[in-house]
Design a protein around this ligand. Sequence first.
Ligand code: FES
Length: 235
Amino acid sequence: MSEQITFTMDGVQIKGKAGQTILEAADEAGVYIPRLCYHPDLAPHGSCRVCTVLVNGKPQAACTQPITEGMIVENETPELKEHRRNLIDMLFIEGNHFCMFCEKSGNCELQAIAYRLGILSPKYPYLFPKKDVDSSHKDIFLDLNRCILCGRCVEASRDVDGKGVFEFVGRSIEKKLAVNAEANLKDTNAAVTDKAADVCPVGTINKKGTAFAIPIGQRLYDTKPIGSEIENHKK
Ligand code: FES
């Protein structure tokens, strides 16, 4: 039996197991911590920082920080909400997110977190970058306008599919998702059955022919806010 660890989050005692991260223990206890790059089937890599919490007063990524006995965690503070809003705002202005025309609307984690945080429009000016669209593959459609560089597809393709179809190239504002081919996605061994085709939180990697199978208004986050699936199983 694994060792039990008790810690406090926003003044409430939570019991977790040794080896769990703060995010995993919070999920099990029915407490939602916003996250974007984290996916339960992939190893956490702590890149988006949306899950930042305060641990004994210091900022830490909840998806990578292990729980320890007696630690004091803060999750729902005005400052952390502002930090998360800033990150989400920047993701919106650094890409081209036309939610009203996007086939992922209602199933998009970026959009859903923005709604949850009460963002109606970003406070920074839009950059309107020029981004590529790659529809060359017979089953998968790639739209880099919507990529938030979370790294899930890179990790899934490398570690789960064993293919390495996706990688990041460039740095800073020039950083972008690339495919492992001279030209485009059709020249890779990407397949629609790959884990990488399933883990995109936004509308960058799409399976052709599935876009409007579920009508707008009936999609995952159209009916309940993101995080409620965790909060609803609160013990
Ligand atoms: Fe923890 Fe992205 S979800 S850093």
